[in-house]
Design a protein around this ligand. Structure first.
Ligand code: FAD
Length: 288
């Protein structure tokens, strides 16, 4: 169930990202939401790991539940910036024991005031190497940024670092969310020009309420095109209308990506089965 091979077998496909519970109290609600999203039969699902570079004890459990009980191939996110080698190896062992074969290898965001020491990993490339050394048969993905990573000095520098990360053994890349496909297409030219040939899964975030906008853009560093700003200006105060418009905008992005040769997209579902279902419904005659 290597995701890199699985997506090749489908003409068009959608995968969904979910986040794990933060506390025991939310295990049931998160599990229920994630299972509803799994019922939409995405090509695979991914489960995030911690936030702000932190760790998560629930990622493996959620991934295992969906893989075992819903038959969905799973990818577990793993961040390294706040972990030492023992913790990473322990997580890898847990993933191996749970039968999770796909990992999104990430550095994680650097928590405020945090100083990496000798013990810690500094960049995702070091985690990629660690995973490969642990078990070369894991399918390993990495993150990339069509609008450049916020810490990168230049776009060229960011792509040069990405090339090194890919060459360390990545099977495919998943992008940060973007809202303007033209930005992504131009990024793809630059990746190919730099010799990065692995498949790239575009990341799409449906924006379904105005409050989500500020938070999302701050976290991702992505820009909103004028076309989408007008939608928010017009419908932002009407929750039902904004939701419909946001789903339509994300669907439009996905169809345009499919029409331009990208046959799989990764949708940031925000654990919202209603939004995920609406997107799948809009694509029902395309993803058969
Ligand atoms: P890296 O690839 O290490 O890159 C980070 C920065 O360092 C870039 O500016 C890069 O150009 C630079 N760089 C890379 N290598 C070197 C080097 N050798 N020398 C100097 N500079 C270098 N965060 C979470 O906490 N949990 C999640 O589950 C999660 N999931 C994500 C999923 C996706 C699809 C994406 C796009 C991001 C996700 N993030 C998650 C956020 C991610 O952890 C942050 O964006 C983080 O700041 C960078 O992670 P990275 O793996 O891209 O880092």
């Amino acid at each position: 169930m290597r995701i890199s091979e699985l997506v090749e077998q489908k003409p068009y496909s959608v995968s969904f990202e979910v986040f794990p519970p933060k506390t025991q109290d939310t295990v049931e609600s998160v599990t229920t939401a994630a299972r509803k999203i799994a019922d939409l039969d995405p090509v695979f699902m991914s489960v995030t790991y911690g936030a702000g570079g932190g760790t998560s004890d629930y990622t493996v459990a959620v991934a295992k539940d969906l893989q075992d009980n819903k038959g969905i191939p799973m990818m577990a996110h793993l961040t390294c910036i706040t972990s030492d080698r023992a913790r990473i190896r322990d997580q890898l062992q847990k993933l191996q024991d749970a039968g999770i074969r796909n990992i999104l290898a990430l550095r994680g965001d650097i928590p405020e005031g945090f100083e990496p020491t000798e013990l810690h990993y500094r960049h995702a490339i070091e985690l990629v190497k660690e995973i490969k050394a642990f078990d070369d048969s894991f399918c390993v993905a990495g993150a990339c940024y069509p609008e450049a990573h916020p810490e990168a000095a230049t776009e060229a520098e960011d792509i040069a670092r990405l090339k090194e990360k890919v060459d360390a053994g990545l099977d495919f890349l998943v992008t940060q969310m973007f809202f303007d496909n033209a930005v992504f297409y131009s990024y793809m030219y630059r990746l190919r020009e730099a010799g990065i040939q692995v498949p790239v899964h575009p990341g799409i975030m449906p924006i379904v309420n105005a409050a989500q906008v500020k938070r999302t853009l701050k976290l991702s560093g992505s820009q909103l095109p004028q076309r989408f700003r007008r939608i928010i200006d017009t419908f932002g105060n009407d929750p039902a209308a904004m939701r419909q418009a946001g789903i339509a905008y994300a669907t439009d992005q996905i169809i345009d990506l499919f029409a331009n040769g990208f046959r799989t997209v990764h949708v940031y579902s925000m654990n919202n089965p209603t939004v995920a279902a609406a997107i799948m419904d809009n694509l029902r005659d395309i993803i058969k």
